[in-house]
Design a protein around this ligand. Structure first.
Ligand code: ASP
Ligand code: MG
Length: 451
């Protein structure tokens, strides 16, 4: 079997759902388990509704709830207009969900209390609604589809808004739930993102968690492939919004995908597909508006044989911290002292490079930065440079790629480079440039390696 996960934009309206149905119909013989997100932006709206109500603005919360309900009703009416009986049944279920949602939102307002537990419950309505409507739409179009409630088998601890999956329970319960749902049906649909504790309390996996659900199900079911349907045709050689002539990468390793996302690409968070990759299940990122494109296939590292530059990623608005001290010369313990300060203030470092008397590093936000620099200036000179951009050239076996540095720095020789760091992971060469040079730099690098 395979897992097919459709993200928010791939289920955002009735046209998107018609496309989903066509995509699923072509895969029926593979016994797909379909995982869906809430319609695009719905989780954000639900979060707003909860917060508004908590802050005392019940009126706005209810108005927003009303418009959400309208959107779901309209979509359902468009999808099921040919089948009045079906439509009536579905509208009544949607109505039930909204009655419940309003009840909870009302309680939050009265008690002026919004626990993570209540928030998880409220956020879950997005996926409950989308999965239900798509379940009806699939059946209406002749695909025999069952629906399974993910809260009964995606089991987590009671960290309500970022539940930690309990692999053993998931491995045990998921095949039971999904195989029995599949009996006598072509496909089964379930919700991404939402989960439950062993005691049946509603949790969620954290924002963007649907990919995680897909990977957990893939792992538990021993899927042959996991398809992540999005609105871009896979992972690109660099961000297509910034550079022309990019193309999607046909195959890449999990580590490369991880490196790309740490360094700015937003297609997929690799931590969320880890359970699949560990079991060596291929993950394919596909475009639901252009389903004929092959997308990007992500495989376990040992399955990838080709090396060389795979992609260029970048991160903007980073901050470079330079630390200089003559006391570092021929002594030891300086770095320990330095990083203790970073640890103390919870500041996470991205890139680092050192010399005998200096350390340069980058951070991607200014959280606790004042306190940090003040404390470091007690034993070293510190300067902070804002408005920098970090560029990473990512690919397998970069260290073994002869002449790579010449190609990278030759291509961008007109621009100043603030710092350089080659990751020990052997999978990226990263450097920092001025903000205003970024576009030129990534365009030149893309030309050098991909055009
Ligand atoms: N609907 C959830 C969110 O927006 C989960 C997801 O889409 O992956 O965060
Ligand atoms: Mg998403």
């Amino acid at each position: 079997m395979i897992v097919m996960k459709f993200g928010g934009t791939s289920v955002q309206d009735s046209a998107a759902i018609e496309r989903l149905i066509e995509i699923v119909q072509r895969k029926i013989e593979l016994r797909p388990v379909i995982v869906v997100s809430a319609l695009s932006k719905v989780t954000d709206s639900l979060q707003n509704i909860a917060n508004l109500s908590f802050r005392g603005d019940l009126k706005s919360a209810l108005a927003l709830t009303e418009s959400l309900q309208k959107r779901h009703i309209e979509m359902t009416s468009e999808l099921l207009s040919q089948n009045q009986a079906y439509l009536a049944k579905s509208l009544s279920q949607i109505d039930d969900y909204f009655v419940k949602l309003r009840e909870i939102v009302g309680v939050v307002n009265i008690l002026e209390e919004l626990s993570n537990k209540s928030m998880a419950k409220i956020l879950s309505f997005g996926e409950l609604l989308s999965s239900y409507i798509i379940y009806r739409a699939l059946n209406n179009s002749g695909v025999k589809c069952a629906i399974a409630d993910a809260r009964g088998f995606i089991i987590t601890d009671d960290e309500f808004l970022k539940g930690e999956p309990d692999y053993n329970s998931i491995r045990e319960l998921t095949p039971k739930a999904l195989n029995s749902a599949l009996e006598g049906n072509d496909v089964v649909i379930t919700q991404g993102f939402i989960s439950g504790t062993k005691d049946g309390l509603n949790t969620v996996l954290g924002r963007g968690g649907s990919d995680y659900t897909a990977a957990l199900i893939g792992m538990a079911m021993g899927a042959t492939e996991i398809e992540i349907w999005t609105d871009v045709d896979g992972v690109h050689t660099t961000d297509p919004r910034r550079v022309g002539n990019t193309r999607s990468i046909s195959t890449m390793s999990f580590s490369e995908a991880a490196e790309l996302s740490f360094f700015g690409a937003k297609v997929l968070h690799p931590a969320t597909i880890q359970p699949a990759i560990e079991k060596s299940i291929p993950v394919r990122v596909l475009n639901s508006t252009e389903p004929q494109n092959r997308g990007t296939l992500i495989l376990r590292d040992d399955k990838i044989t080709s090396s060389g530059v795979r992609a260029i990623s970048f991160k903007e608005n980073i901050i470079v911290i330079n630390i200089f001290s003559m006391k570092m010369l021929n002594t030891f313990g300086f770095l320990t002292k330095l990083f203790e300060v970073f640890g103390k203030y919870g500041v996470s470092v991205d890139l680092i490079s050192t010399s005998e008397v200096s350390v340069s590093l980058t951070v991607d936000n200014d959280h606790n930065l004042d306190k940090l620099t003040q404390e470091i200036s007690g034993f070293a000179n510190v300067t902070v440079k804002y408005d920098k951009s970090q560029v990473s050239v990512v690919g397998k076996n970069l260290k073994e790629t002869k002449g790579l540095a010449k190609r990278i720095f030759g291509a961008i020789c007109e621009h100043n480079i603030t710092m350089i760091s080659q990751g020990a992971s052997d999978i990226n060469v990263s450097f920092v440039v001025n903000k205003e040079d970024l576009d030129c730099v990534i365009t030149a690098l893309h030309k050098e390696f991909f055009e």
